[in-house]
Design a protein around this ligand. Structure first.
Ligand code: ADP
Ligand code: MG
Length: 340
């Protein structure tokens, strides 16, 4: 008997997905990237993605407002559209609601969804509503569109490329720790909790990056850099080297980590739910794109490492030497990394 806890989420997906990846009609790319890709015509390609959030697994009802939960449920899907450079079109929301829920709570949840729909130009076009035995279950599917020539994939990283991210990491992981450890809320800890409960999908940044031909591969960081760089490595058949000192961390996370003696680099690398974008570009283009990105968004890009031609091998360096870093990002079945 094979236990789910032995193989983990990613092995499980690999195990069943192969049979569905073969013999697809031309123009369709299925399982394996942030979104499925369905070619329509020379101008337009459809992107489709879906993500599920389960009470007590992905959120605790008493630790998040209904408005934030509505926004977060949609944002995590919009982030997958952003990861390929797409523009969101419409969302489809299925929800399993236990009888304990108050209708006013559900109203506020939908207000959150509506606010983010309005902000991002996404239309809620359908879904399904059902009773759930005792936990709230939310699943959203999102359709996006993109010019077929602009799509960014996980599978196209090239050895020698620089690995970049477009935001600090670890805030959300830190916020989750604040909630789970029931730490007091002050200016810093509240900021981290907000980053955890209300992530922003980087749609405009994704669309902008997709216009840059030089960018070879892109993914959104949902499970943590350490885990998501593996997705790029596996899809592209490459290795990677990450310089731990270059991984950007917020002042808020550094402050709180010092206070509670947390390993801030570990949270930064594998906290998960950052929803920033990680992409790879040839070395000779990095300075130019960093300047152009700053001109456009008034924020920096962070160069955190390099793609190598050592397939499957991820190394971490610190102060010029290799170091061991065994933590893995959030894998939903393996028990070593229990989170909500
Ligand atoms: P993401 O974190 O971007 O949502 P994942 O790494 O979780 O992506 O998933 C990897 C790939 O596996 C995606 O292409 C996703 O659509 C696919 N996938 C995951 N679970 C299933 C499933 N139950 N059935 C079909 N495809 C799945
Ligand atoms: Mg993703």
């Amino acid at each position: 008997m094979i236990r789910l806890t032995d193989i983990g989420e990613f092995e499980l997906i690999k195990r069943f997905s192969k049979q569905f990846m073969k013999n697809l009609p031309e123009g369709i790319t299925g399982i394996g990237d942030d979104c499925a890709i369905i070619y329509l015509n020379e101008k337009e390609t459809l992107l489709f993605t879906t993500d599920m959030l389960i009470e007590d697994r992905h959120f605790l009802l008493n630790k998040i407002t209904p408005n934030d939960l509505g926004k977060k449920s949609l944002a995590v899907n919009l982030s997958d559209i952003a990861a390929m450079g797409g523009k969101p079109h419409s969302a489809y929301l299925s929800i399993g609601i236990p009888s304990k829920m108050k209708v006013e709570w559900i109203d506020l949840f939908f207000t959150g969804i509506k606010d983010l729909c309005l902000q991002t130009g996404t239309y809620l076009l359908g879904g399904d509503t059902t009773k759930s035995p005792d936990r709230l279950v939310i699943n959203i599917g999102v359709i996006g569109t993109i010019d077929p020539l602009k799509i960014k994939k996980r599978s196209t990283a090239i050895p020698g490329d620089i690995i970049c991210i477009n935001d600090v990491v670890g805030d959300s992981g830190g916020g989750l720790k604040i909630l789970l450890d029931e730490k007091p809320l002050d200016r810093y800890s509240s900021y981290l909790v907000k980053r955890h409960n209300c992530p922003r999908a980087q749609i405009d940044e994704g669309k902008w990056l997709a216009q840059k031909e030089e960018i070879n591969a892109m993914i959104d960081v949902s499970d943590g850099i350490e885990s998501d760089i593996h997705r790029i490595m596996e899809s592209s058949g490459v290795g990677a080297e990450i310089e731990i000192n270059k991984v950007p961390l917020s002042e808020e996370l550094s402050n709180i980590s010092e206070r509670y003696n947390w390993n801030v680099q570990e949270i930064g690398l594998s906290g998960g739910e950052d929803y920033c974008l990680m992409f790879t570009v040839p070395e000779n283009y990095i300075d130019r794109i960093t300047i152009e990105y700053f001109q456009e968004f008034n924020r920096p890009l962070y160069n955190i490492g390099k793609i190598t031609n050592n397939p499957g091998n991820l190394t971490f360096t610190m102060d010029g030497g290799n170091i061991e870093f065994n933590k893995h990002g959030f894998d939903h079945f393996k028990s070593r990394n229990e989170k909500i």
